[in-house]
Design a protein around this ligand. Sequence first.
Ligand code: R7I
Ligand code: MG
Ligand code: MG
Length: 349
Amino acid sequence: GGPASLSRFRGALVGAVLGDCVGGEFEGAEEVPMENVLRHLNSLDDDTKGDGILEYSDDTAMARCVVQSLLTRAGFDEQDMARRFAKEYSVSPGRGYGSGVIQVLKKLSSPQLSDVFQPARDQFNGRGSFGNGGAMRAAPFALAFPDLADVKRFARLGAMLTHSCSLGYNGAVLQALAVHLSLQGALDLPQQFISRLITEMEEVEGDEATRSDARVLKEAEKPFCDRLHRVKDLMDKSKVSIEEVISELGNGIAALHSVPTAIFCVLHCLQPRENLPENYGGLQRTMAYSLALGGDTDTIACMAGAIAGAHYGIETIPQTWIKCCEGAEDADANAEHLHTLYHQSPQGG
Ligand code: R7I
Ligand code: MG
Ligand code: MG
């Protein structure tokens, strides 16, 4: 489809759910042979499966809250979004939430709370979390706001409800930017896509909060820009091993060690690759490759799935996969509502 087509919206939201559901199988695994990944993915085509047997985790649970809040409020409302996160956690606490964020979600359910951003600020001795929990649920912001400045601003605020460290919320901004650009067809020119992300993040990471967090955590002055340059270097190499990707970019639970990785997965899988089945489309390749990295597989596949889905569109996602994943059909329906909201916005037409 063309820029911001319905097919791209559906691909993005469904791709994210699929990544979470199929990635759950390998979350935390240190080494995942491609053979095991392909066996897992092939099993989704088995007729006896289906009906959402692969459950979604916190990644999708929180993304659904973001979507419902943006749709109900026709924009960003921090009180409403915070309430939904807290409610969702109290109803289904067993979705695999990070061990720190649980404290925030419990505090957010208190009726006495006046500043919904305060519980997140209290995390980790007042520095806030740098986990990828803000980034894993950032894609819907790109589907609600056509204007780039809005995408950046609201993805950041939405993440800050649980992640107040710049290394946490800037990861959410980067993920939302990647989905935004992909939705516009920017992945047709991969070199320009990565350059554009670097340019945007130069500005995002140019503030004092980023400088001070980076100093304290002994990271590069602009941590995400530094990683995006590594992505660019890996893109330019003719052969890249899994070990190299993990050592350069990471596969962990920090936003810094997973958002650039997810972006690399999408870029690397734009073309057919040896070790990946020839009959696989681009989104399928991206899923398989993300899982083979091991580590935080549900979250990396979820983020890569959103970016890839926005590029390839819904038609490239196998129906059998959708049938196996809890929440995938809901995501498909919600994508249509977000598409309507996006095109209703002043700049959306
Ligand atoms: O970021 P968060 O919501 O976790 C998301 C991840 C995804 O992989 C999900 O699929 C799920 O499995 O969890 O949750 P947080 O608790 O905020 O952060 C995750 C973890 O990162 C924490 O439990 C810590 O281990 C680590 N972490 C930190 N450690 C030390 N200092 C995050 N921030 C810090 C920090 O500042
Ligand atoms: Mg999860
Ligand atoms: Mg995870």
